[in-house]
Design a protein around this ligand. Structure first.
Ligand code: 5AD
Ligand code: SF4
Length: 494
């Protein structure tokens, strides 16, 4: 499959389509609304920020499920349940097609790279207007323009993998303080259980200088947190014509003035270099959290999974991180019930959890992904066995999450404020450098810029938006199973 670098000139037809759509929709003489439903990972969220940026550029406004004229489902294929949810949600829109003749239903994302899913849409969901794959986010205006005025379903799945620099597209960031910045696309690892290399194509890195320019611009525009994204960020720059590594990129990002926090995700244990861990300990702006998916603690299963590391190698990296950043945290992904997993293999996973003492973990039951190598492995583990093991793993892991939260009680932690808690008024939420979730209050007599900020005094106009994106010190007072509580002590950057 070819990798194509898309230039500004290549996008001329896309820009022109945008202009034509702008004219078309403004000619309707009523507001046109969009609704974008995003499933899955942060790369999908980042893609949706581009879809939304494009729609807003055309003059389409943010709406909701009920009033939207343009409905986009940006799908995920990583596990079966993500797929089930899409087909469940699509049905609602059928009747609405009769009421609103402008209604355009678009399905994109990883699921659309799986032929069976596209076939199912063709046969059972003829009222879906457009189907396209994750490689073609930039083509949205062309596809929309093509669809207007034609009845037939438009299906466009590309044969190529594209690199389109972010500055050529419109991006509407979901959060005022946080920017998701993909640094590479695709994956070459072909872990035997995983569909991603098939849906997102071959690994390709963005241009180093383009990324740095984008980061500088984000910092100038007041973004405080940046998340560098990729399926395997540590293999950034591997391949032809690159003289920069992920370590170079991370160092350069950490040196940009203006960011309070630089994060990255996901690291492959095979490719994470000691240099990256050293850099994480050197720069104050870098998150002291490492997401290091282990998947299994059994060497035999790791081999079957095609992960290219042993338990010992993984442990060496994890322990090196613990040694260098003792106040930091490690999170992981674990799959339970990979084909052929025996009780002994599973016990190796439990002992891995015991050794690394993960601060948090995403645990998954193995889900057969047709088209992957493991889907054809003969010895699939029975559902009841998987469920039983999964319960044991959760119990053990929850204990470590709890302990990790408890270890913060009594400390003063630097917290990047994300906003008001969704469950309780007058409580702010944010994350420590180690990525612990903190809910905290502001003391009665708290002063900001000489002004009294008091949650109980409405005249002080204490509201979450004035704190969003700011760094503050929080004294941690309590721990809970999945978060910690505290009281703000001071604002670091006012
Ligand atoms: N079944 C269960 N979990 C999976 N993951 C990826 N593919 C599968 C699958 N087929 C998990 C892995 C990966 C995370 C993003 O999703 O743990 O790290
Ligand atoms: Fe999937 Fe493995 Fe690539 Fe991660 S590294 S996206 S698990 S194939």
């Amino acid at each position: 499959m070819a990798i194509v670098n898309v230039s500004k000139q290549d996008l001329a037809s896309v820009y022109s389509a945008k202009e034509q759509l702008r004219n078309y929709y403004s000619g309707l003489k009523r507001p046109i609304y969009y609704y974008v439903h995003t499933y899955g990972c942060q790369l999908n969220e980042s893609d949706s920020e581009k879809l939304i940026g494009t729609l807003e550029d055309i003059g389409i406004r943010e709406g909701n499920e009920d009033n939207a004229d343009i409905v986009i489902f940006n799908t995920c294929a990583i596990r079966e349940n993500a797929e089930d949810r899409l087909f469940g949600n699509l049905g609602v829109f059928k009747a609405r097609k009769r009421e609103n003749k402008e209604l355009m239903i678009i399905v994109c994302g990883c699921m659309m790279k799986v032929k069976e899913n596209v076939d199912r849409i063709k046969s059972s969901f003829p009222y879906v207007d457009i189907v396209f794959d994750p490689q073609q986010i930039h083509n949205l205006p062309l596809l929309m323009l093509d669809k207007i005025g034609r009845r037939k379903q438009l299906i466009d799945i590309s044969e190529e993998d594209f690199i389109v620099e972010d500055n050529l597209l419109s991006v509407k960031r979901a959060r005022k303080f946080r920017a998701l910045v993909p640094i590479m696309y695709g994956c070459n690892n072909f872990c035997t259980y995983c569909i991603v290399p098939y849906t997102r194509g071959r690994e390709r890195s963005r241009d180093f200088n383009e990324i740095i320019d984008e980061l500088k611009l984000l910092a100038e525009n007041g973004y405080k947190e940046v998340m560098l994204l990729g399926q395997n960020v540590n293999s950034y720059g591997k391949g032809d014509n690159f003289d920069k590594s992920f370590a170079d990129l991370l160092r350069a990002a950490a040196e940009i003035e203006g960011f309070s926090r630089v994060r990255f995700m996901t690291s492959h244990p095979r490719d994470l270099s000691d240099e990256v861990i050293d850099i994480m300990s050197e720069y104050k702006t870098l998150e002291t959290h490492l997401h290091l998916p282990v998947q299994s603690g059994s060497d035999r299963i790791l081999k079957e999974m095609n992960r290219h590391y042993t338990r010992e190698q993984y442990l060496r990296t994890a322990l090196k991180f613990r040694e260098k950043l003792p106040e930091g945290s490690i999170s992981t992904d674990i799959i339970v019930g990979f084909p052929g997993e025996t009780e002994e293999d599973f016990k190796d996973t439990l002992s891995m959890v015991n050794e690394v003492k993960y601060d948090s973990a995403f645990t998954f039951q193995y889900s057969i992904r047709p088209g992957t190598k493991a889907a054809n492995y003969p010895n699939q583990v029975p559902k009841e066995v998987v469920t039983e093991r999964f319960g044991r793993l959760l119990e053990l892991q929850n204990d470590f999450v709890n302990k990790s939260n408890q270890s913060k009680v009594g400390l003063v932690e630097e917290v990047l404020i994300e906003g008001e808690s969704s469950t309780a008024k007058d409580i702010l939420t944010g994350r420590t450098r180690s990525n612990h979730l903190v809910n905290f209050t502001i003391p009665e007599d708290f002063k900001l810029n000489g002004k009294l900020i008091s949650p109980s005094n409405p005249a002080s106009a204490c509201c979450a938006s004035q704190f969003e994106g700011k760094l503050c010190n929080v004294r941690i007072t309590h721990s809970r199973p999945y978060s910690i509580d505290g009281v703000m002590e001071s604002i670091i950057d006012g």
